[in-house]
Design a protein around this ligand. Structure first.
Ligand code: AMP
Ligand code: ZN
Length: 434
């Protein structure tokens, strides 16, 4: 194992001291340099003097995506524009983009936390990294790029898409590490299988994130590409990828908590949940200069794990993201997360991990249709066996999620593949809203 940084295995008390100090510095910084945070703190009647340790975090105001949108484009920057050397933006699905600005030091922090991510997956200067995350305003491509360069690996900045070329370079250049979204990894795996060239690949590891994926999806990708597939997490508002990463134990993602302080809150009461409970993930950046965020509400649902990890890292881990509060569908009064449906579908050997959920409204009742592909070897004209499979899936969704879904088994390769973040839900009910 390669230890990249002593911060990854620092004693808890020592880490707390580092966090206390950095939090104080950050609060001073935003109070004096961000009119937005200064006003928010003044509204609550607090000054930097009130923040001594990380236990005082709860006194600070939350920041939401709406705040960032209202401050579009640069209202949350805490340094003059002349200090900003890079801009990124996340488009999201609705409304204005969220913009992030980085100073030179922020970029160095970013490449450092991504370097930890890659070394924890056993990578080094001897690896050839194929970066198939999109390059551009999206943080995935450039984020992974500089992290891979930082560890001295050879980087192929191919960006997302152009699947044929991806596979050609992967074989010709002998890529050993792949970075992209899990849905694109699956797509690549499928194409490689079709070409029958799996044994020509040198790939041994992949770092996948930017969208939720289940354990079953991991096994599928690992099998298709013959690699170890690691989950990596991040968001533009906090820094981009590199906020947390899995180690070889693949049991939760270690948070780079010397840079990003996590909290889990109840999204309704906004109170912290009891230790280890599921809730909304909140981050405070404690080393960023360009655009620090205080108690940023990610809307991602997970829980924190403080138990020691078998890898020896002492940093807190977060469970795989279970869903986003704004991805949650309410269908006939029942809360449904797309990842729950994915987990159920993946229990069936006959179906492929390609699905799409359609929600609509008819006669004042919600309709819920689940389209899922049947694997080529299981696709048959025998109607009774298809009907039987459909009924079994419907029964399983009913028992796990507590709702009836109409399952439609569709032909192999008929659901659109994605090269970036997959779009798996069409909720037509939104069309009827004012
Ligand atoms: P963006 O800033 O546009 O890259 O989007 C960040 C969001 O992507 C996060 O808030 C999560 O909802 C999602 N995301 C990123 N990484 C992961 C991951 N490993 N697992 C699940 N969701 C993720
Ligand atoms: Zn670990």
């Amino acid at each position: 194992m390669i230890w990249n940084e002593s911060y990854e295995c620092m004693g808890r008390e020592e880490m707390r001291e580092v966090q206390n100090k950095r939090l104080r510095t950050t609060v001073e910084h935003v109070y004096h340099n961000s009119p937005f945070y200064r006003a928010k703190m003044q509204e609550l009647g607090i000054t930097p003097m009130d923040i001594e340790t990380i236990d005082d975090l709860v006194k600070l105001p939350f920041t939401t995506k709406t705040d960032l949108r209202d401050q579009y484009p640069f209202g949350l920057f805490s340094v003059p524009m002349s200090e900003i050397v890079r801009l990124h933006a996340s488009s999201g699905t609705t409304g204005k983009s969220v913009v992030a600005g980085y100073t030179r030091k922020d970029l160095s922090t970013w490449s450092e936390v991504i370097a930890r991510t890659f070394t924890s997956g056993g990578c080094s200067r001897n690896d050839i990294f194929q970066i198939a995350y999109g390059y551009g305003l999206f943080t995935g491509g450039l984020g992974a790029h500089y992290g891979a360069e930082n560890i001295g690996a050879s980087v192929i900045p191919i960006s997302a898409g152009n699947t044929e070329k991806q596979i050609q370079l992967m074989t010709d250049f002998g890529s050993t590490a792949l970075c992209c979204t899990p849905s694109y990894a699956l797509y690549l795996g499928e194409a490689i299988e079709d070409m029958g060239i799996k044994d020509k690949l040198k790939l041994r590891v992949g770092f996948f994130g930017a969208e939720p994926w289940t354990e079953a999806m991991r096994l599928e990708i690992e099998k298709k590409l013959n690699i170890k597939a690691y989950d990596i997490f991040g968001l533009t508002e906090v820094i981009g990828p590199g906020v947390s990463y899995e180690c070889y134990a693949q049991k939760g993602m270690h948070i780079n908590e010397d840079h990003f302080l996590p909290e889990i809150i109840n999204p309704k009461t906004l109170e912290p949940v009891a230790s280890g409970e599921v809730g909304e993930l909140v981050f405070t950046t404690i080393t960023k200069e360009g655009m620090p965020v205080i108690r940023y509400r990610t809307k991602d649902l997970t829980r924190l794990m403080y138990e020691p990890c078998s890898c020896g890292r002492t940093s807190v881990r977060m469970h795989k993201i279970m869903g986003r509060s704004d991805d949650m569908l309410i269908i006939r009064g029942v809360n449904v997360f797309p990842t729950q449906i994915e987990s159920v579908l993946m229990e069936f050997g006959e179906t492929a991990p390609h699905y799409h959920l359609y929600v609509d409204r008819e006669n004042n009742t919600d309709t819920f249709d689940v389209h899922v592909e049947v694997r080529p070897e299981n696709f048959t004209d025998d109607m009774s066996s298809m009907l039987n499979l459909r009924k079994r899936i419907e029964a399983r969704i009913q028992s796990v999620v507590g709702i009836h879904a109409s399952v439609k088994l569709v032909e192999p390769r008929s659901i659109e593949r994605s090269i970036g973040k997959a779009q798996r839900v069409t909720d037509k009910r939104n069309l009827y809203k004012e």
